[in-house]
Design a protein around this ligand. Structure first.
Ligand SMILES: [Zn+2]
Length: 485
């Protein structure tokens, strides 16, 4: 994932609001002592993946894809169903697609796609207290680059398919595993390459991906989120120009002032509330765990009447809820002027937007133009956007939501399962835009910010790893292996 997940943001808030009562943090619950054969298998896959450097430009996802392919071939998967796909001209950007064939036949449900990315963000040995490309286990944590983003889920999917094969379980639908390149760096050689050049290999009823997970508070599970939509990132450049001149003879017209005026207008503007099939149940469910009564009440009111401006205003007081309600645009970079003693000829600002998936780039650009109300300010895309819009958020696939709710209840008790729209970007956005609904579901629980994905000493609780493994394995079976009548 490329920015902090919605889950981390919301949960950080919910936990913070009860911070008063917190005493010294209890020790992390330990993981299982005697690993089952299945757990040992998953651990060995996890270790193998973490210890292959798959950082863009220095590592290779092809090596990781080949290593997993070797395991599937050794387990007896037909060669035709185990494909390492390397984009032309990108030898280190290999992807793996494995198909575990179901019983098939008339009435067989369409395939299920299990998606995880193999690439990780950079990790400099000098910055870490240990080698980031060795899987360490200390104090109840697995440590290393990719331990949470995203090699845990990758290894769980691999182990689950190998286990199904090992025990000879034939599912009722095909199970497709796609382990991809370039999620962290732009996806041209990953999911987009598979969609563009190998669509039949990954076509599915829907996909399970990263982006969801559970929230812990002092080892206690609080809620379990399912990512069902995500906002689309886009950057706009606002440019003010002016003939300039000598600064000793200033004029009222000034490029920097013009830009500042435009930004001030943008700063006090809020895009209209745009709830959707995902954010409505998000607020309905979050109201159940939201400790602040006025906030919980406002959530219920807004769900009942999305035009309730007072409820929206209450929720907008919290930036995390505000970003769930609407598109957001914020200035993130600024530059202007060319000499201390010259009137500025150019001033530019970058405006980073997180666009609700029901909107479009054009709609946002037009709104920015209207709000700044100055045709002298030029609005352009900072980087050409490859983003796709128009994938209307849809409610979580019923069979997936009910299986997740059932298993969550069985494993973590009566905590809410909450659909979320993440402000962070995953490869799900490309699949959704290509017509394959994608959901972030993992069963991996952590305290907010604890994993430090993308950061130094990335980690994942040992117990959460094996609980996540049990959850995802049970979920895949429940979705793919219908109980015999
Ligand atoms: Zn990720």
């Amino acid at each position: 994932m490329r920015t902090p997940s919605r889950l981390a943001l919301v949960s950080a808030f919910l936990i913070a609001s009860t911070a008063g009562a917190q005493s010294a943090r209890p020790p992390v619950a330990p993981g299982p002592v005697n690993l089952s054969q299945f757990q040992q298998l998953a651990h060995s896959v996890y270790k193998e993946l973490v210890e292959i450097n798959t950082v863009d430009s220095v590592g290779s996802t092809t090596r990781a894809a080949e290593a997993m392919a070797a395991r599937f071939r050794a387990a007896g998967f037909p060669a035709a169903d185990v494909q390492v796909l390397v984009p032309q001209g990108a030898p280190t950007k290999g992807n793996l697609v494995v198909r575990y064939r179901g019983r098939g036949g008339a009435g067989a449900p369409r395939p299920l796609l299990l998606l995880a990315h193999l690439d990780v963000v950079a990790a400099n040995r000098a910055d870490w207290p240990r080698d980031p490309f060795i899987l360490h286990e200390e104090n109840g944590y697995f440590l290393g680059r990719g331990t949470s983003d995203d090699k845990a889920m990758a290894s769980m999917f691999v182990a689950s398919l190998l286990q199904l094969k090992r025990e000879g379980t034939v599912p009722d639908r095909d199970l497709i595993l796609a382990l991809t390149a370039d999620e962290e760096g732009g996806a041209q050689n990953g999911v987009e390459f598979l969609i563009a050049q190998h669509r039949p290999l990954i076509d599915a009823a829907y996909a399970i991906n990263e982006g969801g997970g559970g929230t812990l508070e002092e080892n206690r599970p609080l809620f379990h989120s399912v990512q069902a939509a995500e906002k689309v990132p886009a950057n706009f450049t606002l440019t003010a120009t002016n003939p300039g001149g000598h600064s000793s003879v200033p004029r009222p017209d000034n490029a920097i002032y013009a830009l500042a005026t435009a930004l001030t207008r943008l700063a006090s503007f809020s895009f209209p509330v745009a709830l959707n099939e995902v954010t409505r149940p998000f607020f309905a469910n979050t109201a159940l765990v939201e400790p602040r009564a006025p906030m919980a009440a406002a959530m219920k009111q807004l769900v009942a009447d999305p035009k309730n401006a007072a409820a929206a205003a209450t929720l907008s007081a919290d930036p995390r809820y505000a970003s769930m309600l609407r598109t957001s645009c914020v200035a993130t970079r600024l530059s202007g002027g060319h000499a201390y003693n010259a009137l500025p000829q150019t001033a530019t600002a970058n405006v980073n937007c997180r666009i609700v998936p029901t909107s479009t780039l054009e709609e946002v650009r037009a709104t920015i133009a209207r709000v700044i109300g100055d045709t002298g300010i030029h609005i352009s895309m900072t980087v050409p956007s490859r983003e796709r819009f128009g994938a209307t958020p849809r409610a979580v696939e019923p069979e997936l939501l009910s299986a997740t709710t059932q298993l969550t209840g069985r494993m973590w008790g009566s905590i809410p399962v909450i659909p979320t729209m993440s402000t962070g970007a995953t490869d799900g956005r490309f699949l959704r835009a290509a017509g394959i609904p994608t959901y972030g579901v993992s069963g991996i629980f952590s305290e907010p910010g604890e994993t430090n994905a993308h950061g130094r000493d990335e980690k994942l609780r040992v117990k959460s790893y094996y609980d996540g493994l049990a959850f995802l394995d049970a979920l895949v079976r429940q979705l793919a292996v219908k109980p015999k009548a």
